[in-house]
Each structure stands twice: as C-alpha cells, then as structure tokens.
Design a protein around this ligand. Structure first.
Ligand SMILES: NC(=O)C1=CN([C@@H]2O[C@H](COP(=O)(O)OP(=O)(O)OC[C@H]3O[C@@H](n4cnc5c(N)ncnc54)[C@H](O)[C@@H]3O)[C@@H](O)[C@H]2O)C=CC1
Ligand SMILES: O=C(CO)COP(=O)(O)O
Length: 329
C-alpha cells in the first residue's frame, strides 16, 4: 500500500485526501489545528472545508505532529498556501524528505523569496528535481467533492514519478496525465491566478464577458512571453495544464482569485476582501512576486502590471482598467 503524507487542512488538501484514500492509499494528514483533527477523528468530516466529504479512518490518519506524519511516507504532498510553506517546512529536519517523492499541489510562490515551491524544497532539503513533481490542471476542490469529471496533470522531470502519481489519482471522475515541464507548469499555475484576479477586478468595475475574453486571450500571450524568458522550452500552452487552468480560474464561480478580484473591483480594500473570504487567493501574493521577478526580465506584462498597481500602489481599479484596455488587442 502506498503511504502518503498530506500537508494542509484547506479545501485542496481535503479534496486530494478524498481522491487518494478512496483509491486505497494510506494518507497521514497533517492539519494545523488540534480541534480540526479531533473533529475529523470524531465525525470523519473536516469541519472547515468540503465538510460534506466523509473519510475512511482506516485509511486516513489526521494528526498535528508534522515529523510523525512525514516519517513513514513514500510521498509527501504539499497543499498549504504558498505563504505558509516556509514556516511549515522549516519545522522539519533537513534530512526529513531525503528518500521521499515530494509533490506540490500549491499554485503560488514563496512571498519575499519569489521562489517556486519546488525550487525551495529542492534547496532546503537538498533533493534532486527528479524527486519532485507538481499537481496541476483545471480542478476546483468543490467539484471534486461533488465528484464532477475533472482532469489533472502531474508535472515532473521524472516520467516514472509523474506516471506513478497519476495512477494514485485516477478514478471514476478524475483523469490524470503526466508531463515533463515542471517549471513551465508551476509558473503558469501561479500566473493564471493573477489573470483571474484581474478579470475579477474588471468585472467588479463593470466590464463584461466580451472584455474578459480579450483579457484571457492577451493573458495567454503574456504568459507565453514570461515563460519563454524565464524557462525557455517548446511547450503547447493550449494544453489543459496551462490554458485549461487559466480558463477555469477566470470563469468559475468557485474561483477564489476571481472572487477576490471582483471584491477589489467593487471597492473593497485588500484587507476587507481577505477578511471576507475564508480562503486564500494566491494571486494577491503572486502579483508581487512575478512583478518583482520581471524587473530583471523586462517582459511586456500589461495585465500583471495593472494588477500590481491596483493591489500594491493603490491606483483606482477604474483608472487602471481604463489604461489596461488601451493595451489589449
Ligand atoms: N481550492 C482549490 O480548488 C485548489 C487550490 N489549489 C492550491 O492549493 C493551495 C492551498 O489552497 P486551498 O486548499 O484552496 O486553501 P483554502 O483557501 O481552502 O484554505 C486556507 C488554508 O490555509 C491554511 N492556513 C491558514 N493559516 C495558516 C498558517 N499560519 N500555517 C499553515 N496553514 C495555514 C488553512 O489551514 C487552510 O488550510 C493553494 O496554493 C491553492 O492555489 C490548487 C488547486 C485547486
Ligand atoms: O487552481 C484552481 C483551480 O484549478 C483554484 O483556483 P482558485 O484558487 O482561484 O479558486
């Protein structure tokens, strides 16, 4: 039996525990809050996220001791928001992940460091990239809870790792495919949040579907330019790990980033929009990271720049969308 350590108590971790455990894997599940672990052990439900999902406690072992959770695992899946990766993983010994395969389900970068999660893990735990992977693709946790047909892509430079993790995920409603482009997939997962957030701002200000379609088309070009500058490779951005994820995040009712942007567009301050949502919109932090990385690369990125100016320079969303509309084709 495969042994998986899941790190994170949010919606995506909860959805992944459902998929993996229902396929017969043992999942040691690290959650921060003792109360949530107690609740899970008592009722078999996560009290905070996807609380309709019931877990089989013969396969799912919720706990708060991180080192214990990781110790016996073959696979470690990271599913805390990017801002908490460093504080959480720094609690582990540098050799704790030595012989393990580490898969990041996170669609964000380490704020402050402006580093991809897999780059940070490789550096901190001295792991070769062939021990690393990412879970990508258009897939909202809420639809996993409802068992709606979904597609995931596992990116890793090690084809066998990607293939094996796909096997752990595949079920009646989840299809999973391997891919080799770890960096491109991870960067794209970060950037699509920025685009969805900006789409939300535009919608909040009063722009409609016509504008959003143009914004998303221009976003594909913006993402392509950035990826070519930071990680040049012939890649097909129309694949679902890239374009599919951009589309679902820009259009879905479940998108945290789109919802957050919508609130900002309607006049909420960043703080009040964050407080109103019980969930994390990674795009807010990603805007700053990508904008700062791009100071060196100098790629033409009008959408990211517009989002940066609204979120970090307090330019009015109306004014910024007026400027952005002149730059889209
Ligand atoms: N929700 C989804 O459908 C999907 C989410 N993701 C990604 O998964 C990652 C996790 O996001 P979600 O599960 O959506 O989170 P969420 O927004 O549902 O929940 C917030 C999470 O943050 C955790 N948290 C809050 N303060 C913390 C702290 N100080 N230390 C550690 N954890 C803390 C909470 O325990 C909870 O797990 C993100 O990078 C997100 O982009 C990726 C694909 C789908
Ligand atoms: O990445 C996601 C779906 O594929 C989740 O996006 P949101 O964080 O905007 O909800």
């Amino acid at each position: 039996m495969e042994k998986i350590a899941m790190l994170g108590g949010g919606s995506w971790a909860t959805a992944l525990v459902k998929i993996l455990s229902e396929n017969g894997a043992r999942v040691d599940w690290w959650l921060r809050a003792k109360d949530d672990v107690q609740h899970l052990l008592r009722t078999r439900h996560n009290p905070r996220y996807l609380s309709s999902v019931q877990f089989d406690l013969n396969l799912v072992y919720p706990a708060t001791d991180l080192a214990d959770v990781v110790e016996e695992a073959d696979w470690v899946v990271l599913a805390v928001p990017a801002a908490f990766v460093q504080p959480v993983l720094d609690k582990l010994d540098r050799d704790a992940l030595k012989h393990k395969k580490v898969v990041s389900a996170i669609k964000g970068m380490l704020p402050g460091k402006n580093q991809l999660v897999t780059d940070y893990v490789a550096e901190r735990f001295r792991l070769p990239r062939t021990q690393l992977g990412v879970i990508a693709g258009p897939c909202h946790a809420e639809e996993v809870a409802l068992e709606k047909q979904s597609y995931l892509t596992i990116g890793s430079p090690d084809a066998a790792l990607a293939h094996d993790f796909c096997e752990l995920l595949r079920n009646r409603y989840v299809r999973a495919h391997p891919a080799l482009d770890l960096d491109g997939i991870e960067y794209c997962a970060v950037m699509k949040n920025i685009i969805a957030l900006t789409g939300g701002i535009a919608h909040g200000v009063g722009y409609g579907d016509n504008f959003l379609a143009v914004l998303v088309s221009n976003a594909v070009q913006e993402i392509r330019r950035f990826l070519q500058a930071i990680s040049p490779l012939a890649r097909d951005l129309s694949a679902s790990a890239y374009l599919g994820d951009l589309l679902v995040t820009a259009y879905s009712q479940f998108s945290r980033n789109r919802t957050f942007g919508g609130m900002v567009g309607r006049g909420y301050s960043v703080k009040s929009a964050q407080l109103e949502m019980n969930m994390i919109a990674e795009g807010y932090y990603a805007v700053k990271s990508i904008h700062e990385i791009n100071r060196k690369l100098n790629v033409h990125m009008p959408i990211t720049t517009a989002a940066y100016r609204v979120l970090y320079e307090k330019v009015s969303p109306q004014v910024e969308m007026e400027l952005l509309k002149e730059q889209l084709r």
